[in-house]
Design a protein around this ligand. Sequence first.
Ligand SMILES: Nc1ncnc2c1ncn2[C@@H]1O[C@H](COP(=O)(O)OP(=O)(O)OP(=O)(O)O)[C@@H](O)[C@H]1O
Length: 715
Amino acid sequence: MSTTQTASTITSRELRHLPVPDAWAGIRPALVAGWGALVLAVVVAGLAFTRDELAVEIAAVALGLWALSLGSWLGRGRGFALFASCTVLCAGGGWLAGWKVAAVALAVVAVVVSILGARELARRANIARRLVWLGQALGPATSDQRTPDKLLTPKWRAADVAALPVAWRYPQSMTPDTKKTGELEALVSGRLGAPVTITWSPGSALITSRAEVAAPVAQDDATTRLGDVLGSMLPGARVDKIDRGESGRIEGVEFSWPAARANRIAAIPFRGRIAAALQTALGFTITATWDTANDRARIERLAELPSRIPRPPRNPTKPMVIEFAQLRGGGIAAWDMDEPLPHMLIVGGTGGGKSVLLMTILTGLPDHVKVTPVDPKYVGLMGIDAVPGVLAPASEPEEMIQAVENVHADMMARYRDLRSGQVSRDQLDPVVLVIDEGQEFAEVLNEYWMTKGKAKYKEENGVAGTGSEHPVMKSLRSILRLGREARVHVILATQQADASWLSTSARLQFSVRIALRNLEPVASEQVFNSRIATSGLESYPGRAWVSPSMGVQPEHAQVFWTPKVVAGLSPADRAILEGLGVPLPDAAPGAVTVRDIEPAELEELPAVDDALTVDDAPVVSPGMGDMPGITEPVLELPAAPVRTLEAEERPATELENGARILVDSDEGPVVAVVESVDPDDQDSEYLALTYRTVPGDELGVLGLRDDETVPVVRP
Ligand SMILES: Nc1ncnc2c1ncn2[C@@H]1O[C@H](COP(=O)(O)OP(=O)(O)OP(=O)(O)O)[C@@H](O)[C@H]1O
């Protein structure tokens, strides 16, 4: 269909004053009735001349009928009024003339035509109003904000419900903002009550019914199936494009939704649900990229990733690079302990594969690496000390404190040796502190500090302990900060890495970051500095989001499978541990386990080039108590949230922008500031409340009924 098609041309100015009865011109029943009445009037008038006594009356009827037909035919504003007058004249004149049957018949015809005409007239008036609105809506969609100068309605004469297609002409000099097409389509669809597509060509935009556009395109099964899935969750959404590989396999799908759905799609969990539904419909793993600014998204087939990959043997040429997972993109995720930030953060819930990941990493360490595990849950790291070099896990508060302090003391002793020049960095054996259930660790020890710890501290040091945080936390932060130069590394595993216990600055010390599940948006921002890790990861044990280095976007990975060191393992699992040189509890008598790197071989390895010298040691300041010469910049943990907030329920409709409300989060209610409260475009009974959380600065949208209340924080 082209814009040059024969069309009645109506300027936008004319549209605003569109004479409503113009509708008459296009109404077939009115035309038929009008012409029929005209013929009848001529016949009746002819008869009147042969019957003198009725001449006047009949002539009046004929005149009325003629006027009626003329009015109907010509329309143009006065047709309806003329028709009303003629109905009266027609019926009255016929009756007076004694042509009662004919008069009644004409009156019936007139009434029927009148009803039909009035209905059509109302419809046309409606269309006219819509077109005027269209003209106004399309204008601002162009970059120069001029109003459209012409609307062409090629089907103006056809009794088409939505009066489509409509072509809009605009000066060639105008550049339409095609990015707004989706938004515009949604607006126009809503206004016309039928889905439309807007196609731009130089100087004109063609608005066609979506059905018309879609009709010629063969709808394959996938398009229909995905369209149905999308449509059921996001009315108005459609599949725009399906990319197939050479074999015809679907590789990518693009889809879009009406701008009116932007509020819904802004909610990340909702996007996750859409992606999950599409993934189920497609039957393969996908990744979704959301272009919310343009109401579009693209999903792509992800490379296959096995659900179990046996841990490969260690790489003897790179003993400090611990390979632990296979990336979806094909590479291997590794923890390079010689990186500038040599620590690892693991976030994962119960059953996600944390213990297996720790096994994979610890069995990957060279023999001479001493590992100190801390496990406040007692059973989380049970049996891990079967791995060579790993100490028995500390679980009692006193043991955990001692374990961390030992590592800290070791680090400080190393600094002394480094400073005095007794050793160089590459002569030091790495030390690894593993803390499982980090948040639990912090809570248990802080509670211990408040109950028994302070008294013990006073007993031992002669001065009273202060604050609500156990001093061991300071030691831990010190290790995180200074560990690298002394080759002291931390692996911190936790269910949540939020700021209530792990400050941002402490979190910044971790180079490798792993999440063993999809995270909430706030958590994803905290762990990966991005919202990418919120959806798409399959929920198999060992599946992980892995960012192998600071600032690198996380990628899907499968953690290598390493079994726990227990008796009665399957041959395959035995082979993995044997390949790693881990002695098995039920190994045959006399069996010798050979670790694959000998210290002698290590000495031959190239020296680490960034060995610490006294000159490039960390910032030095005198007077650090027992550690003269080594400074410990203070790393603040945020104060524990002890303030109690009071809230009162207030109707959502009364909320003002800037109001402080409580919203739910994984970590319980958090304070958020209202950014806007708008009526829901789709459902007048609902409101869309946009807020931004105070901790985390997260944007969120709440869908609320307009009679719902919201907890508002009392000042
Ligand atoms: N990388 C992996 N590859 C294959 N299977 C795995 C992997 N990780 C975990 N699993 C499976 O999931 C189970 C639970 O894993 P794991 O014990 O590591 O979980 P967890 O997160 O430590 O849970 P919990 O905190 O309850 O101990 C394992 O016994 C194993 O069957």
